[in-house]
Write a protein that binds this ligand. Structure first.
Ligand code: FAD
Length: 472
């Protein structure tokens, strides 16, 4: 077994730097076979996420090729594929980086048990989060459900230095066959949207590193104040890269710590935002139903509306509420949505439109290129009021007041809503190039009237909530 290859099974960790599993494999001095499997979890991805993964895979395969290696692609059930690859290559080990969503954990446990039973070393490594979810504990020993004490626990801890990418990735004497990425149709469900979103995606490990550097150098100082203004390019944009593991949270953390040591006053706020991502994974790991069930079961009898025509208008960015529509269109055009806009769009759906957060969660999962199962679920439950540490239900964002505060010059709304503008910008126009033709929308139509009067919508939501609370 001395020269038996090590298979590295890449998933949401498309990088060579700070990759514990890859570094461990390279350190064995045995041949390394990088593989990516189009399994049931890839099949289940939303249109935008699948497309973005496809673009990431193409660049990652190129990065491996530059190092003399390859990315072997196979499609099917993960365990069957890995067994076949082990059989074909004589590999003695399979290594991977952990994921923390329930579907991933179930699959990985099955793979580990079956490979180990077959005498193959099956080993999982950290790398997706700063601190493994089970290593952050309350004083009484359980998981956290409130962010502030979670943050107090981790903010002074050191996740350790980021690992360099291995110098030498030994190649096998013979490569196993690979499928062709272009046969996988990763962008198919995006239809026309792929070409539009491609203009906004920043893909690959090198681009992610450059993005981090640019953020630290040019924007971090103003981050605390500017991060809430959606028209400003004031945040890092790194969620897109973190979602596919093109950069590690640890290397971002260490870079921000260095910036803080050099006197950058925005670093602390940035670190605490990065901490939210770990918190989301922590929650999902300890409560695997985070994306499926109300965290607080008192909400189970709340009369949310299931999918409905108003929600369809919300999806299309046609609610007649400009901040909400700008947010939804930003997602369609860029594959991403500013955090403040996510909160406003989610609040409007769950409160003014009284629609179940599941409906919104699913649409975000379909349309976001930075889709992350844990952050998305935590975000929706937080806004809806059903989650741990959630905003109270009566905290209903008023899109109009929010617009006055966070988009005072209407820059964000103008950037994404073409109707009524004499000379709309490309971002606003490209929305109409990205959406399905079957929606029948064009920039020269009139902008719609609001679905619901904001005061009435708010009163309806509060009234329902109060009746529900007094019954419960
Ligand atoms: P920055 O402000 O530069 O922050 C740096 C990093 O910190 C981010 O890249 C992200 O990894 C992390 N972070 C910041 N804010 C949050 C937060 N509130 N929750 C978790 N992590 C955070 N984020 C996703 O990555 N994927 C999702 O699918 C997702 N869905 C969301 C759904 C809703 C309803 C809400 C309210 C929030 C959601 N978020 C999600 C969180 C947040 O909106 C994005 O992480 C953020 O907008 C990313 O932009 P950025 O990289 O420029 O962030």
């Amino acid at each position: 077994m001395q020269d038996a290859p090590v298979i590295i099974w890449f998933r949401r960790d498309l990088r060579l730097g700070d990759h514990a599993a890859l570094s461990a494999a390279a350190a064995t001095r045995r041949p390394v076979i990088p593989v990516f499997l189009h399994d049931e979890t890839v099949e289940a991805l939303g249109a935008a996420a699948k497309w973005r993964l496809g673009t990431g895979l193409r660049l990652f395969a190129e990065a491996l090729a530059k190092r003399g290696s390859r990315l072997v692609l196979r499609r099917g059930r993960a365990l069957d594929l890995l067994k076949a690859l082990v059989g074909e290559t004589g590999a003695g080990a399979v290594y991977w980086s952990r994921v923390y969503d329930p579907a991933g954990i179930t699959r990985d446990k099955e793979v580990k048990a079956a490979l180990t039973a077959g005498g193959i070393e099956a080993k999982s490594f950290p790398g997706a989060v700063l601190f493994e979810p089970w290593t952050v504990e309350t004083q009484s020993g359980g998981p956290y459900s409130v962010y502030s004490p979670f943050w107090r626990n981790i903010r002074g801890r050191d996740p350790g230095p980021a690992l360099d990418s291995p110098n030498n990735i030994k190649i096998p004497s013979q490569w196993p066959e690979s499928e062709d990425l272009s046969d996988w149709g990763m962008g198919e469900a995006m239809n026309r949207g792929a070409a539009v979103a491609a203009g906004h995606a920043v893909v690959g490990e090198g681009a992610a590193q450059a993005r981090l550097e640019r953020f630290v150098e040019e924007r971090m100082t103003d981050y605390r104040e500017a991060r809430d203004i959606p028209a400003r390019d004031a945040t890092s944009g790194l969620s897109e890269n973190l979602a596919w593991g093109e950069i590690s949270a640890r290397s971002i953390w260490q870079r921000a710590i260095r910036a803080r040591e050099e006197g950058n006053t925005g670093a602390d706020k940035f670190l605490s935002e990065l901490g939210w991502r770990d918190f989301a994974c922590h929650l999902m790991y300890h409560h695997p139903k985070l994306a499926d069930e109300n965290w607080r079961d008192g909400w189970d009898s709340f009369p949310w509306r299931e999918d409905n025509d108003d929600a369809e208008r919300w999806r299309r960015g046609m609610t007649g509420e400009p901040f909400v529509d700008a947010a939804m269109r930003e997602m369609y055009v860029t594959g991403r949505m500013h955090n403040r806009a996510r909160m406003i769009a989610a609040s409007y759906l769950t409160k003014h439109l009284m629609t179940h957060w599941h409906v919104g969660l699913r649409w975000f999962a379909e349309c976001l290129t930075d889709w992350d199962p844990a952050s998305n679920a935590m975000g929706w439950q937080w806004v809806a009021g059903s989650g741990p540490d959630a905003a109270p239900y009566f905290r209903i964002f008023n899109p109009d007041t929010q617009a006055k505060k966070f988009d005072p010059r209407e820059d964000y709304r103008r950037a994404f809503i073409a109707e009524g503008q004499a000379d709309p910008p490309d971002t606003a126009l490209s929305y109409f190039d990205a959406i399905p033709r079957s929606w029948g929308l064009s920039a020269d139509q009139n902008y719609p009237e609001p679905i619901v009067d904001l005061a009435e919508g708010r009163a309806r939501a509060l009234d329902t909530y109060e009746r529900q609370s007094s019954n419960g």
